[in-house]
Design a protein around this ligand. Sequence first.
Ligand code: CU
Length: 225
Amino acid sequence: MAMLAAKASAETIIVEVGNNGLNYSPNIIKAAVGDVVQFHFNAKHSVVAGDFKKPCTPVANGGFFSGFLPTGDTSTFSITVKSTDPVFFYCAVSTHCEDGMVGVINQGSDTLDAYRSAAAQVDSTVTPSAPFGGNMGGSSSSISSTTTSSKPSSMSMSAPMTGSETSLGSVTMTLMTSASGSHSACGSPSSAPSSGNQPGAAENLKGAIAGVVAFALAIAGLLVF
Ligand SMILES: [Cu+2]
């Protein structure tokens, strides 16, 4: 029952693929549930989850396949460990599996040596039709960089044009609002107070003049702009 307990923090275990010939390094990996096994490709290889009883053949259910990653590609393929059951894996390129390019996660009573010996006896390696069961990563992958190209040139061209338009609009808007504001200011005191007519009328006159001036300024502003 202790094997069911997941660790507090997941680890990432790096496996070098084909760094020194037809091999995985390390080729016997011990991983807990939730850990990530990250394969780093150094040459054209792949990694496929296989069945111990059928070497160089994908597992019937679940599993993973990285696809054939080209020579020189520095991309990675990561899988998350879902159980502590043994997971054998092999390379599906050419006869790499038969030639001993195999590995295992959480080796049990079935050993990697036995899997490698049996793999040497098979006639052919089975390759899944498409990658699945893991996450591709890496910074310099030529496959992913070509599909995600963006065009920032149109953005920089339109930005200053809209900026000048809005500044012109705000100038005319403030002139219009000041003109209409003085109009409403001179209109409201004439109807409300009844006692002081003289100062009120003078204020109304000044307000009306100010309104006309502001309105003229607004018209002049519109003509200029
Ligand atoms: Cu290989």
